[in-house]
Design a protein around this ligand. Sequence first.
Ligand code: MCN
Ligand code: MOS
Length: 756
Amino acid sequence: MTTYVTAPAVDRPTATEPATATPWVGRDLTRVDGPHKIAGRAPYSSDADVPGMLHAALVTSTIAHGRVTDVRAAEALALAGVVDVLTWRNFPRLAPGPEVPLGWPPPPPLQDDGIGFHGQPVAVVLAETLEQAHEAARRVEVDYEEQPARLALDDAEPEPIPWVPDSSRGDTGAAWRSAAARVELEYRTAENVNNPLGLMGALAVWDGDRVDVHDSTQWPTLVRRGIATMFGVPLAGVRVRSPFLGGGFGAGLITWDYKVLAVGAARVTGRPVKLMLTRPQMFTQVGHRPETRQTLRVSAAADGTLTSVEHRALVAGAVERLPLGLVTAATAHGYACPNVTTSDRALRLHRRYSSAMRGPGEHEGNAALEVALDELAEQLAIDPVELRLRNLSTVDPASGLPWSSTALAECLRLGAERFGWGDRDPRPRSMRDGDLLVGWGVAAAAYGGYELPTSVRVTVYPDGSAAVRNAATDIGTGTYTIVGQIAADLLGLAPDQVDVDMGDTEMPPSAQSGGSALAGSVAHALHRAVDRLRDTVAELVATDADSALGGAAADELELVAGGVRMVGSTDIERWSDLLARSGLESLSSEGTVDGSDTSGGTMARAGAFGARFVEVVIDPVIGRLRVRRVVSVNDCGRVLNPLLARSQILGGTVGGIGAALFEDVTVDPDTGRVANGTLADYLVPTHADVPDIDVTFVGDPDRFTPTGVKGVGEVGLIGVAPAIANAVHHATGRRIRHLPIHLEDLLSTPRDRGAT
Ligand code: MCN
Ligand code: MOS
């Protein structure tokens, strides 16, 4: 057994490297966690091992709706190594979890005999080894009383629920009726599953009334609250660690059942319990992007000016938990249109709990809108890039306040230039490469801007090194690296002199790695922490008769390698001397942001914007589609680390290709079972499906926060699918109004076969 290492094994930095005049922010640093991952030294929850722990395996429901009448576990319990089988009868009674925006949990598991979806946990088998647990789980027999299930989005039965407020400005109806051009369409997007490569799981270890959880989560601070609330223990008694995550893409934002079951099972048995999900369970236990059906009515004047947008979305929800993503939230976000009506409705179906998946809602809504705009451009014979440029808004169309930044126009112009859009023949089916049809498509993208409650602690030591602590998880994005870069600049150090540690609730509470908001939130909190550090130094030297800085105000002080000096001076007062005279081993301060608007109501917080240009080639005889080129231009404000930010856009683009052409969960319409819940059956893009992707960042540092940062993590995905759909239309002349676009949609028409 290997021992679980909690902190990344980063060598203690030495403070000998000279400070540098160039800022570290903005440079292409490779990821500091990379070597640890490659060497197998980065501990994931699957690596968590403690002596005496039990392994847990789930037994899940094989019906979608009804109740459990009996769980027959005698055969399982008789197997070697099996310790217990927990069902709703002997699992602890729990309180509901806390309601928090985006993170509100499903109801606690195993509380009664009710079944609301196929795949719902009905028993947890505990055994000495993983193999014994899984073998025994297969022997547990469950009897059900089945009731009719509502499974389809087209089910007329349940009442659609308005789960976010409708929005409306202007008079959509009147504008629609008098418009020169109109497009009305229904658009469908399939259910997609996040499927991070790392299986998710948790190890729970109780020690008296305290519990330690090694988890796979994008949000340790939330899981801690969830466990504390459900089990009725003080927050101080719950520790959640997640220093590394094998990807999340939104699947790690919720206090899912599996972790609650591990904690409860450890409580009942008095032994540590580790519960790792299997790949098929990753399709049922940790959320997904729900299916949508949308209707759009878009109208424009003859010159292409948008006159109305009416966007209504219906989303598949679960009986106990509605979806997260706001499908129409970003509708006309970047476009100036006086008359806009939106509504989001969800159905309570007997389907698995959905959650966020990269660009949740924004991707689905943007896909429908950007396809509709393409149809509008075609109707008006206006170039689709030009149509978008004519409708851009420099103010937030909802509040009328100027955007804190927007470079959407530049995204479109530069993208068109890099792609060579000027050579496009607008007529469908007009461009060929031998026997292949060539299609060029464009779409714009917008993603909301957020700052979320986050605290960061900074500590300086006598040897001149520094430490930064925050409870967020680096989910593979590069948070460890950028935090080191930012701290290095603020403290006058090199990044390897800053020990960055995260992913542990013993550290200052943090926002989720979600909403593409962590980098900006942490950056801002870190700035505040360093400001506070300067305040603290000013207080120390004020009463220090031996200090050359006595009487200095905080803003006259400059933090540099090894210590502090007056701005403009070369005399450094060393941390070692300063701390020794004060009798301190180190000096710490904390900075916090609460996400409140500090702009004084003078501007609207802009999120990221982007433009996508795509070339597809289609073999009309066999329907094979290849994405041959993607140009992705993004406005993400100040880019902290172009190398890592580019990786984010690459990953997002691949996700967009997946949503456009492959990812499609098949739910058995009779049973509600996920019929393709393995990575062999659920298709995702492979290397051969991913072309060269040209990534550029444009725009200025955003004005909303002092760090100028906007989100990068999700915007890259948004707009990719509609750009592909629009390219498919250009290549084939066919409007395909659903995602993904399958081979069947592209099979040859009689014309391609030479017939008339
Ligand atoms: N960055 C930058 N400049 C900026 C903003 C960000 O250089 N102005 C870079 C930094 O390397 C930063 C990263 O981009 O670490 C992402 O920052 P941000 O946009 O703030 O996103 P978060 O840190 O909040 O990460 C979450 C985001 C989301 S919501 C999903 S979903 C997603 C994504 O990140 N899941 C991912 N990218 C992912 N990448 C990986 N490898 N794995 C996932 O699960
Ligand atoms: Mo991202 S879907 O907000 O984790």
